[in-house]
Design a protein around this ligand. Structure first.
Ligand SMILES: C[S@@+](CC[C@H](N)C(=O)[O-])C[C@H]1O[C@@H](n2cnc3c(N)ncnc32)[C@H](O)[C@@H]1O
Length: 270
């Protein structure tokens, strides 16, 4: 692949909390590139980006298009990626800014980078601080202790997946769980009952789960509500709530593998 075209794309993450969670390298792209194109929900973060960018385009208006008959969030994401590509094709150095990590549950950045590279433009992603990073810090839950599974709520609902109850399970987008229309930005108790019933095949209904919301500015409190799994359908959720299911079962030793490793060690020592 050659990268000889004049335009350039870098996708950066603003972190979850305004300004303070942005890496220095991402900030320098925001300040120095020709245009910043942002898909960032927090109005204060958007205003701050607009102040420090040379030129600024907000992508949020494209979400309105989901109200058009026949259009879904998938079309919106495609249009957002196309808006980014239009500026790159015009020969500009484009910094596309997304909240959190730009590549975690953020298909627009992946689409835009793949398309730009296909057309011969230089394109890459800088990592950012995601909701998961904040969750680990705020809840003090180390993914290394028991392992971690991470999945989108509706994907978990509609596909046959095997969940390991001895590792923690992070369920993203629980606030829009069960939306097959790809048009809604909320969920309903009936949808949450369906995911609760599916989770109950792996966990007891009395298992304690956590509804987590990271703070998005320094004065905001985090949400870390601990509820029983059975109460999930009746608990108010935001579009940005993440469901955390701590491990319920103890780790089970795999004695056959331990025996193999001990035999290997013994044969080396002999
Ligand atoms: C489209 S994804 C975007 C994730 C984002 N790119 C990141 O790096 O965290 C949206 C989902 O991220 C999680 N999320 C976003 N904002 C959050 C917040 N303030 N607290 C907890 N989880 C959040 C929720 O699961 C939400 O449904």
């Amino acid at each position: 692949m050659t990268t000889q075209q004049a335009g350039q794309l870098v996708c950066v993450g603003t972190g979850m909390r305004m300004a303070g969670q942005l890496t220095p390298i991402s900030k320098s792209y925001i300040e120095t590139f020709d245009v910043v194109i942002a898909a960032v929900p927090n109005i204060f973060t958007r205003q701050w980006l607009q102040e420090i960018a040379k030129d600024f385009i907000c992508l949020n208006g494209h979400y309105e298009e989901t109200k058009i008959e026949g259009k879904t969030r998938r079309d919106t994401y495609r249009r957002m990626a196309d808006t980014i590509l239009t500026e790159v094709r015009a020969g500009k150095r484009v910094c596309a800014a997304f909240y959190g990590h730009p590549g975690i549950f953020a298909c627009i950045s992946h689409m835009a980078i793949a398309d730009a590279r296909k057309e011969g433009f230089s394109a890459h992603m800088e990592p950012g601080i995601s909701a998961l990073d904040c969750l680990v810090a705020d809840l003090g839950m180390d993914p290394g202790t028991r392992g971690m599974q991470s999945m989108e709520a509706t994907q978990f609902m509609i596909y046959q997946r095997t969940i390991d109850p001895s590792a923690m399970f992070i369920v993203w987008q629980i606030g829009i769980a069960g939306d097959l229309t790809m048009k809604r930005f909320d969920t309903e108790p009936a949808h949450l009952q369906i995911i609760t019933d599916k989770l109950a095949k792996t966990y007891s209904l009395d298992h304690e789960v956590i509804l987590y919301e990271a703070a998005t500015h320094p004065l905001e409190q985090i949400r870390a509500d601990r509820i029983k799994l059975r109460d999930l359908p009746r608990t108010p959720l935001k579009q940005y709530t993440t469901l955390v299911i701590p491990a319920e079962k103890e780790l089970q030793l795999d004695q056959a593998v331990i025996d193999q490793l001990n035999a290997l060690h013994a044969s080396r020592a002999a």
